[in-house]
Design a protein. Sequence first.
Lengths: 93, 367, 360
Amino acid sequence: MCLGIPGKIVELYEQGGLKMAKIDFGGVLREACMEAAPDALVGEYAIIHAGFALNILSEEDALETLRLLEELGQLVDELGPEASMRVASNRED
Amino acid sequence: MDVQSFSSAFRDNDIIQGVLKEIRRTVTQPWVIMEICGGQTHAIMHYGLDQLLPPEIELVHGPGCPVCVTPLELIDKALVIAARPEVIFCSYGDMLRVPGSQRDLFSVRAAGGDVRVVYSALDAVKLAQQNPDKQVVFFAIGFETTAPPNAMSVLQAQSLGLKNYSVLVSQVCVPPAMHAILGSPANRVQGFLLAGHVCTVMGYQEYPPLAEQYSVPMAVTGFEPLDLVQGILQVVRMLEKGEVEVQNAYQRAVTAGGNKAAQAIIFKTFQQVDRNWRGIGTIPQSGWGLRPELVEFDAEKRFSVEDIHTAESPLCIAGEILQGLKKPHQCPAFGLQCTPTSPLGAPMVSAEGACSAYYRYARVESN
Amino acid sequence: MLNDKNLPTIEGPVCAVPLRHAEQIVMGHGSGGRMTHDLIEKTFKPFLASDPLAAGNDFAAVLSNNDGQSGGRLAVSTDSHIVTPLFFPGGDIGRLAVCGTVNDISMSGGKALYLTAGFILEEGLRVEVLEQVLASMQAAAAEAGVQIIAGDTKVVERGKADQIFINTAGIGWIPEGRHVGGELAQPGDAVLISGTIGDHGIAVLSARGELGFEAEVQSDVAPLNQLIQAVLAAAPHTHVLRDPTRGGLATTLNEIADQSRVAILLDEAKIPIHPPVRAACEMLGFDALYVANEGKVIVIVPEAEAEAALMAMRSSRYGTEATRIGSVQESPAKRVLMRTLIGGTRVLDMMSGEMLPRIC
């Protein structure tokens, strides 16, 4: 039920009484409804599902997640399992 | 990050192998983990992820496919409505192949019905504006993820004053389905991957009571292979430590409270109702239907559909499959009377339905 | 009857009046009489010029092969083309018709020589549209170095055809000693592709407009005969040539695996896909492996000749992105498997039914 992919907001406008945006998926453009993300700005990224923006993606969280998981893999090799479990549980969930 | 990196970074093989290693290091005993999102089932099969997990971990696919759980009676109603000459019947692509008691939307189209695939519910509203002499009916299926766009179409039709737009609603919700699965005496599920985009919309505050009631740790999980292994790692860690929590393994897209604007759109349009889940039965308060003030947009009321003889195939055990109680190859009709080209039930039709997935793999293993 | 200036007029429906310069195709154009004759002379012949067509007979008498060789076999193929819209980024139905059949013949390992072209025209079709299609066919035939030597045209009532349907048949000559076919793949062979996949299908889908997206994607429709001749010169023991058209790369490889009773193993990381094609497929929930191509060829060749075949493709106009994507194995027989980006294994089945956008 969940085919939603990231897209970049390249234009914001109104149509048929609704907030809409032109979304760039990387060489593919399509419009999406922005009523659930009314404060979105051009240049931000959104998750688009069936022509509808579900949320704005947090680039900060994305980079943080990648960094932690990457470290996890490296520590497993260097220090052994104990250290990696301690590091990862430092994250506030 | 640019838009392509958002996806490709979460497919980085080196990082994924590192997390897989950590999973293997962590696991000490068998665990049964369920995911309840068709999109996650699809991703797991697409990448062959379950083959890379240690043998102790058994991934079970739940009823996370709205196509699979839409009741047979509703599909039969859809087929009757779609065949009417004044109707343009619009649907997401997933639904076209699902068999009703006798035929599917493809065969209705072949017989002259105006059946159209749309990518977005709002496209169906546009069709209604462009075809004032026709009745446009939209098949509004989905979990919570799809509720905002489906709802938006009704609200827009209302604000445009359209009299020729209506929706056939089959909205279902995840938490009641999880209650039904985890509460069943035959339940084997010990850990849960929560549907990432359902939680993008709704948040994950509904789940801690569930986790506590059934002692089942859960992780909100995304859809890229790195997201999936991260979710599995977090659940496995909790299982090994005996912790029961709901953790967020999809932080870039999900917050605890979810998207309030999206929820407002949903609750302006829908209210809780009992829903019949194909193969499982009626689960109370497990779905959404149109609010009373929007009943004029309800296709079931607009088109009185009588004389429907709904007959599920007696051979199909989709219910037990969808609840993770049986595997497809344990079905007596599997691969014989029931194949992807002549399916008896929805899990054999849908691209990520458990039965169609098994059909392809089972033939390889038997070679 | 006479009007008020004493000049003859024609009032009301009488016998069909031949229109001198028609802007639209009408039923009379298909009746075989003067209107048909005029259409052929004034619209078709200027574009599809060849000696046999100029001779004006109902048949074409041509030399059996162009190289004066003895031995060898005729290669014959036929295809019908019904694409909507008629014009799409990178091509049109005319180019598709010529290239499709030139390519089918070339997949035999033979040299494409002649094409026939039969047209079914819908009443109401604008003649200038027909002329654009014919001009495109002329250009494609010239590029491919083939001649269109026989043709036919019929007209059907409005609504009975989607503007233009084109059938082309092709004739080619396979030199003696050359054997290429889907049943000849051997364990140990290399599986190569001449370039990126999924471009044509996505270009046409975006041009149709029903799903509301724009894509920086062009159809790859192209004549591959010259590329294939170069491959066969460099790798004379090539076993299989096939173009992955409808059903895409995965379906076509399944056909070959089935015919040859072998297994084909692909490496997902090696399969070339243009980023906008990938993005469109992800947005819609499509798998690029099942999207149609109209200017690509799968080459299955003994390992010893794989490098030579690749170099020949990369030096060719339509093969610059050619690459190795997998290999042939003995088992599991008749299966196509793919090693995924993360090291798992996925079975690639034939495509079943239409590919539709999904929300799941």
